[in-house]
Design a protein around this ligand. Structure first.
Ligand code: GSH
Length: 210
């Protein structure tokens, strides 16, 4: 298998962690999807990473679809829980964590525009999603070791990736001091090998004109 990724991307990280947790052989291809020469051209009409390439199958994109595919390709360990209640609960955490990352990306892009073109109201609107979403994650976690059930699953991949993406792109938010339970959770999982080797790193993107 091959996976096209960007090093800061929390969505690509979901697939990167899942591949490692399942011990699947794969090659990582690093792209900068925001640049005009992105490798996603002609592969993903949406121009986004991650993209999974597997033999002659159709390229798969969108992190959720990719992780679901990986669960059917190699069910051990299953990342989307079998139990229906846990399954919905894990998907909810995934939705909120991904949504927080969406808001972080939108602020990052807004700030990449010329100062005169930036909208303070738009940034505020996105910040509210970040703060409310993180509060939701904290409430959902309580004092547990895992977000959902008693096993590591997709909710943990998304929740943990979201917290480290906050550190990278939205450091003014001191979530560690505001939510002690999230800080404890981060400490418990930070040395997990699949997380350690996929820790997000910034890339330089072409500046946005107009
Ligand atoms: N819903 C998608 C989101 C993927 C996404 O937004 N990826 C970003 C990188 S963090 C991207 O490639 N953006 C390029 C663009 O929108 O042009 C998923 O979960 O895979």
């Amino acid at each position: 298998m091959k996976i096209i990724i960007a090093t800061p991307s929390p969505y690509a990280r979901k697939a990167r962690v899942a591949l490692r947790e399942k011990d699947i052989d794969f090659e990582e291809i690093i792209d900068v999807p925001w640049n005009t020469d992105t490798l996603t051209q002609g592969i993903n009409p949406l121009g986004k990473v991650p993209v999974l390439l597997h033999e002659n199958n159709e390229p798969l994109f969108d992190s959720r679809l990719i992780v679901q595919y990986l669960d059917s390709f190699e069910p051990k360990p299953l990342l989307y829980p079998e139990d229906p209640e846990d399954n919905f609960s894990a998907r909810l955490v995934e939705t909120v964590a991904d949504g927080v990352c969406d808001a972080i990306v939108l602020i990052f892009l807004e700030n990449a525009r010329k100062e005169t073109l930036r909208s303070k109201d738009w940034i505020k609107r996105q910040e509210k999603k970040i703060y409310e979403g993180t509060k939701y994650l904290s409430n959902h976690l309580e004092e547990k070791k895992y977000f959902v059930g008693d096993h590591f699953n997709i909710a943990d991949i998304c929740g943990f990736s979201c917290l480290e993406y906050l550190d990278l792109r939205f450091p003014k938010f001191q979530w560690r001091s505001e939510y002690q339970n999230l800080e404890n959770y981060w400490k418990i999982h930070k040395d997990r090998p699949s997380f350690k080797v996929t820790s997000p790193t910034a890339q330089i993107i072409e500046p946005l004109e107009d």
